[in-house]
Design a protein around this ligand. Sequence first.
Ligand code: ZN
Length: 218
Amino acid sequence: MSFTSIFGGRSAKTFRPKKNIPEGTHQYELMKHAEATLGSGNLRQAVSLPDGEDLNEWVAVNTVDFFNQINMLYGTITEFCTPEVCPIMSAGPRYEYHWADGQTVKKPIKCSAPKYIDYLMTWVQDQLDDETVFPSKIGVPFPKNFSTMAKTILKRLFRVYAHIYHQHFSEIVKLQEEAHLNTSFKHFIFFVQEFNLIDRKELAPLQELIDRLTHTGK
Ligand code: ZN
């Protein structure tokens, strides 16, 4: 299966616009490199930092890619994820999330899953579009807190996977998106494990699945 085309066949009802990495930039080359190595089938190798590359830049390119994948996956089930069906943002019965971004919203808001995910994806998109956080131009340095920012973004993006797996997996199966979801999530997990980007306790809602997906080590 070609990884780069896994979402290509579906007439995409995207949740929000895809974030593009401009052609002609070094990050675009890195993105192309990532796509090519993913096709090799060895995920551990595919997620590792390419020789001579900057870690921040590699994390930035992959974070944009995960945002786009999650955007697309969630976009396929938005009609099922309504305030009536999902009045709280949960990942199974034991995990519930309240929205706060720590910047404009400091006191956590209890809201429905679609509202939470809208807040979350808007917040992530704002970070990705902010040149002071995610510089795309050559020679513009990454901010000192980039690693912390990237970790927060990935920690939050994980919750969308967790919500989809726990609350909408049957719909994903009906849509025949199961393989796409698993491939995307496995890539995400291998990536965050490689660079230790999400605390283990944050991954708890999907720990069993993670153990299963990473068992083969490939
Ligand atoms: Zn939902």
